[in-house]
Design a protein around this ligand. Sequence first.
Ligand code: SAM
Length: 413
Amino acid sequence: MLPNLLRELGVTGRDAALATELGYGTVRCSGVLDEILAACVDRPLTEVQPAVQDLLRLGAYQLLRTRIPPHAAVSTTIDLTRATRSARAAGFVNAVLRRVTQRDWTQWADELAGVGSSQRGLAFRTAHPEWIAAAFAVALGDDLAETEAALVADDLRPQTHLVAWPGASTVDELISAAGGEPGPYSPYAVRLDGGDPAAIDAVRDRRAGVQDEGSQLCAIALASAPIVGRDERWLDLCAGPGGKAALLAALAAERGATLYANELRPHRAELVRSVVQRWGSEVTVADARALEPIEGGYDRVLLDAPCTGLGALRRRPEARWRREPSDVVELAALQRELLAAALRLVRPGGVVAYVTCSPHVSETVEIVDGQQLVDARPLFAGVDGLGDGPWVQLWPHRHGTDAMFLALIAKPE
Ligand SMILES: C[S@@+](CC[C@H](N)C(=O)[O-])C[C@H]1O[C@@H](n2cnc3c(N)ncnc32)[C@H](O)[C@@H]1O
C-alpha cells in the first residue's frame, strides 16, 4: 500500500525513503516493539487505543532503530498524536516514549530476552518471532553463528531486483534507465540500489519485471534441466502473480516451446495473463489438484507451491508477525497434494521443479522426501554455497537473494 500512497501524495526522493524506512521498519519490528512498549505502559498494551499503539510503535522504532535524534523522534510523535488524537493522548505518548529511551535496542533485548546468544535473544535482536528463528536454525543444521548471520541479513532492507525478459528487453537497457548493476548469477538480473521500479519504461511496458534473482535462478534451472525426448510443453501449475511464468514463457519461446500457466485465484490469473500474453501462453483458472492430464503429458512442470513465505520476509515486512506455526502444517498438506498433481501431469522422462520461497524443512526437504531427485546444483552455474544437494537452498546472507528452495524430480521413463 505504501508505494501507492506515496505516489498519490506526490512524496518522492528522500522523503519517500524516510517514510518507507519508518513504515516498513515499524511493521517489521512490531512484535518486538510491542514487548518493549508493554514493559513501559502501566496497563496491558491491548487496552491502549489501537491508533495510539501505532503512534507508540512509530515513536519507539525511531528511538531504538534509527539515527533520528531522540528529541526529534519524541517531539514529532507527540505532535502527530496531538494532531490526530488529543492533548491527553499526547501526554501519555510522551510519558511512555521517555521510558523507552532509558535503554537502547540491545539493552532492551538483554532485559527482556536474556543476555547472550540464546535463540530467543537472537530472535529479539533481529526482530523475528522465536519460532521463525528456530526454523532458520533447523534449516541451517543448528549452526548458531550462521543462523545469526541469516537472521541479521533478514532484518536488513533488501535490494530491488529486476528481470529483463529475454527477447523483450536487456540488462544494459535496464541499467541505463535505472542504474544498478548486473546480478551476479542470473544473466537477466539487475540489482538496484533504490528508486521506484514502476517508473522504469521497460517495467511499465511489461518488457521487464521486478523479480528476486533467486526466483529467476529457479525458473532458469527448470528451463535448463536435462530431460529425455520432446521439449515443447511446459506447465506452471501455481503461476500467480506470474513472475516465474513470464521468465519461463520467454525462455520457452526462444526454444520454440510453449508455457501453459494455471492459477487458482481469478484475479491472480489475470495478472499472469497480463505478463505472459506477449509469448502466446495460455492461462487457466483451476485448482491444480483437479487438472486432468493432457495427451502425452507436459515436458517440464514448475510447482512453485503456496508456502509460508518465510524466505521472503525482507520483502514483506508484516508477514513475520502474521504467520503462525500452524500455517506450516496446513500448507505442507496442500504442498504434498500439489506435488502429487505435478507428478501426474508430467510425462515419463520429463521433470518437475518443486520450489518454495520458504526454507522451513517441513515445506522443503520433507515434502520431496522419497522422490527420485536429480542433483539441481549444476543448474545454478556460478552460485557458491549450495550445500550437499541434491536440492538447492538459497539464502539472503549467502547469496543476497530470497531464501528460495528448489528440488528437481525426474519422472522415470
Ligand atoms: C508462491 S505463489 C506462486 C508465485 C509465482 N510462481 C511467481 O513467481 O510469481 C503460489 C500461487 O499458488 C496459488 N494456489 C494456491 N493453491 C492453489 C491450487 N490448489 N491450485 C492452483 N494454484 C494455487 C496461489 O493463489 C498463489 O498465486
